[in-house]
Design a protein around this ligand. Structure first.
Ligand code: GDP
Ligand code: GDP
Length: 437
């Protein structure tokens, strides 16, 4: 399910990261485990009084020359107004207001989105004279806060949450279908592919436009099953900020992935794999989506060897989703497109599968007999029992004598073995280890 987005905007050093860390705190989980993430923006999961939301920290923008600096502030403000459901505009109560603040305020005001003006670094409650000058920004009453000490942040969060708490609810009316997100760089061929997938059947059940503002959902029936296809290309065609289409497509992909069962990563085979493909794939894996990777535009790829090479690059650089099937297609000619449905069905089946406990324990017996284990001093890991504790994606809980001994290598060993014995093509798996003496 998509979470409402709250963007934190402000000049460098006003305390955005400090603020975000205070609010997201230990729950900060979205991005830091992803590989290949650049630190241009970060996404954090947060909740307040049971309302969950995504915080975007627009910090980390590099200060170039003065012009570039002002432009980047403008850009973040514009992006925030496009993407966010609510905006926290953070200013610095110690240094006071600056001309940049005024410009940002103007942009934010025009958006019509809820904007909370937070005056940070008000470390001494009661001594709040510094906030008066910020009334001139025309954003209503400023909220004095101290991100370091926490004063005022609770009240501010109450206010933020009052603006976003109903957004989640709207999105809960979902059709019972396999949710498929089509993700990838701009021009990779997402729209073309979506049209293929939707058009061929001509059995469009409904157009749920506006379920989210940033992607168009189409419910389509294929072989008696319903699929909700979420094309993340939509908004780009409407936005005017061409420079940052990459960023937009990333944010949209994130939101789509949040709701997806299966992510279809479309790679432009004529351009090869990009960093953003890697980021998005990492994100989908982290969020537990099943995945299919498409090498699109095969009709204009020079040779079979070029495709093989790309396949190898994908195997290397997307090794963390090496369970995903890789298919070459042409969204333009339709070649290979039929295989996508089969792939989606397969990966979804595995994603939602439940492996019987008896089969799992027969498998575990084999692992024990194989003899590979980990030890530390006198402690030797003994696996006792395993059972599947969740689906979508499958989660397996292992009971063992010393869970603390388990390391990444051993986990990978188990995962490889598990995948050799059970068909888990296309789906990530999760492991938990619990103590049982
Ligand atoms: P960002 O560039 O906007 O993300 O700002 P940072 O979060 O990195 O903070 C910039 C500096 O301001 C750091 O040295 C912080 O410790 C400091 N800072 C942030 N919030 C507060 C606050 O509430 N009070 C004080 N006194 N300093 C703060
Ligand atoms: P999106 O931005 O990812 O939605 O990409 P589009 O679907 O808009 O496609 C971008 C461009 O690539 C368009 O000009 C498409 O006609 C072209 N395109 C998409 N798929 C293919 C393909 O399989 N082969 C060729 N030759 N062109 C394609």
């Amino acid at each position: 399910m998509a979470l409402p987005i709250v963007a934190v905007v402000g000049r460098p050093n006003v305390g955005k990261s400090t603020f975000v860390n205070r609010i997201a705190g230990a729950q900060d989980a979205i991005v830091h485990e992803m590989r290949g993430v650049t630190r241009d923006r970060s996404y954090h999961e947060a909740d307040w009084n049971g309302v969950h939301f995504t915080l975007i920290d627009t910090g980390g923008i590099e200060m170039g020359n003065e012009d570039a600096f002002q432009k980047s502030i403008r850009d973040q403000a514009i992006m925030a107004t496009e993407e966010a459901d609510a905006i926290v505009f953070l200013v610095d109560g110690k240094t006071g207001s600056s001309p940049d603040d005024l410009e940002v305020a103007r942009i934010l005001k025009r958006s019509g989105k809820p904007v909370m003006l937070a005056v940070n670094k008000m470390d001494a409650p009661g001594k709040e004279d510094g906030i008066w000058e910020f009334y001139s920004l025309g954003l209503g009453d400023p909220w004095p806060i101290s991100s370091v000490h926490g004063h005022g942040t609770g009240d501010l969060l109450d206010e933020i949450v009052s603006h976003i708490k109903d957004i989640e609810v709207e999105e809960e009316e979902e059709v019972d279908s396999i949710n498929v997100a089509i993700i990838g760089r701009p021009n990779a061929g997402k729209s073309s592919l979506t049209n293929r997938l939707i058009g061929r059947d001509r059995t469009i059940v409904s157009d749920v436009a506006g379920t989210t503002r940033d992607a168009v959902d189409t419910v389509v029936e294929h072989d008696g099953k319903l699929y909700t296809i979420v094309d993340t290309a939509g908004l780009r065609k409407r936005t005017k900020i061409d420079e940052d289409v990459e960023y937009y497509s990333f944010v949209r992909a994130m939101r789509a992935i949040d709701r997806a069962d299966v992510a279809i990563l479309v790679i432009d085979a004529t351009l090869g794999l990009t960093d953003q493909d890697q980021r998005v794939a990492g994100f989908a894996a982290e969020r537990g989506c099943a995945m299919v990777v498409l090498m699109n535009k095969r009709d204009i790829v020079e040779s079979g060897e070029a495709l093989d090479e790309l396949r190898e690059t994908i195997n290397d650089r997307l090794v963390f989703v090496n369970y995903a099937p890789v298919i070459s297609i042409s969204a333009l000619t339709g070649k290979g497109v039929l295989r996508i449905w089969d792939a989606v069905d397969t990966v979804y089946e595995n994603f939602s599968s439940q492996v019987s406990t008896s089969k799992l324990n027969a498998w575990l017996q084999g692992i024990r007999e194989f003899g590979h284990t980990v030890s530390k001093g006198k402690k030797v890991l003994k696996m006792k029992y395993v059972t599947q504790t969740c689906t979508c994606p499958p989660e397996f809980t292992f009971f063992c004598n010393h869970p603390e001994l388990i390391n990444d290598n051993y986990e990978r060993f188990l995962e490889n073995r598990l995948r050799q014995s059970f068909d888990l093509t296309g789906t990530p798996v999760r492991f938990k280890f619990k103590r049982k003496d």
